[in-house]
Design a protein around this ligand. Sequence first.
Ligand SMILES: Cc1cc2nc3c(=O)[nH]c(=O)nc-3n(C[C@H](O)[C@H](O)[C@H](O)COP(=O)(O)OP(=O)(O)OC[C@H]3O[C@@H](n4cnc5c(N)ncnc54)[C@H](O)[C@@H]3O)c2cc1C
Length: 307
Amino acid sequence: MQDKDYAGRLRKMASSAVLLNERLDRHTSMGVGGPADAVVFPGSVEELSGMVAFLQENGIPYIAVGNWTNLIVTDAGYRGVVICLKNLRNHRLEPGGGAAMSLYAEAGVSLSELVGISVREALTGLEFAAGIPGSVGGAVRMNAGAYGSEMKDVLSSLVLLESSGAVRREGRDGLVFSYRSLDLPAGSIIVAAFLELMRGDRERIQARIAEIAALRRSKHPLQYPNAGSIFKNPKEAPAGRIIEELGLRGLRIGGAGVSEMHGNFIVNLGRATAADVLALIAVIQKKVFEDRGVRLETEVRIIGEMS
Ligand SMILES: Cc1cc2nc3c(=O)[nH]c(=O)nc-3n(C[C@H](O)[C@H](O)[C@H](O)COP(=O)(O)OP(=O)(O)OC[C@H]3O[C@@H](n4cnc5c(N)ncnc54)[C@H](O)[C@@H]3O)c2cc1C
């Protein structure tokens, strides 16, 4: 991507700004991350597929992101093009079978918008997603979940852009979900999802959402930049509980600290670098392994060059 001509050709394809040498701490919810060679914001599936074809042809690495809420980008940044899908925002409701309605949403639609639609239309199934700050693409890729439900429970099919440039629809049965992950072939991008929701009682839906919102406010350190849960919960116990039992709440490296409110959150207390966050992650993993024999795996995605 050092070659200026690549940037010029991307600009010709792009309906909005192509940001060159863009600092990603301006985008990530954790507020850390060095520069990417370029960040693009395709405004349609055609534009996205043209860009992916161009990047593939020229051997330029790329990664898709949505709302940047589950990412730690290293301080050295990302050599390649970050494709942010926030401008793919079409959505519509279609009748499904029986009491079900099918909600089609492109990758950049936020979960909060979908939760709003489900309340307005009295549809049940997405209450668990209230307060998860992700986009449809990121939430499906991460199989985001909370309070007993996950994206896989409401997803009926996906529209995928493959690295070959083909756009195909894949039904639920052809998808392999696991805890906070969906297996995707390398280079493929989620373009849109079809969610199956049932007709429900609006008051009950609203009450459940209010209950979840109150739980989140009481447990999550929302006043500081963060990336949600840092670690997956191991089978032994919730990661946050183990971290708290080891007395690691409040542990600080540079500008990054283990939240005083929730052991599984690392917060940016101001001017944290990715190196601070990654060092804190390593210290926690070491202490938890030494004390409990448990290997904590990160739930957040770490991207970028390691310096
Ligand atoms: C305060 C807070 C609370 C949170 N609570 C929860 C929670 O309760 N449960 C939970 O599961 N998560 C939670 N999260 C984490 C995060 O919000 C979710 O994982 C969310 O679904 C990520 O969506 P995103 O659009 O921000 O993804 P991003 O952070 O942009 O990307 C996440 C991953 O998905 C990939 N990706 C993104 N879009 C696409 C696409 N279109 N195609 C292919 N790959 C893609 C990226 O490459 C990356 O690997 C929380 C985060 C915060 C900050």
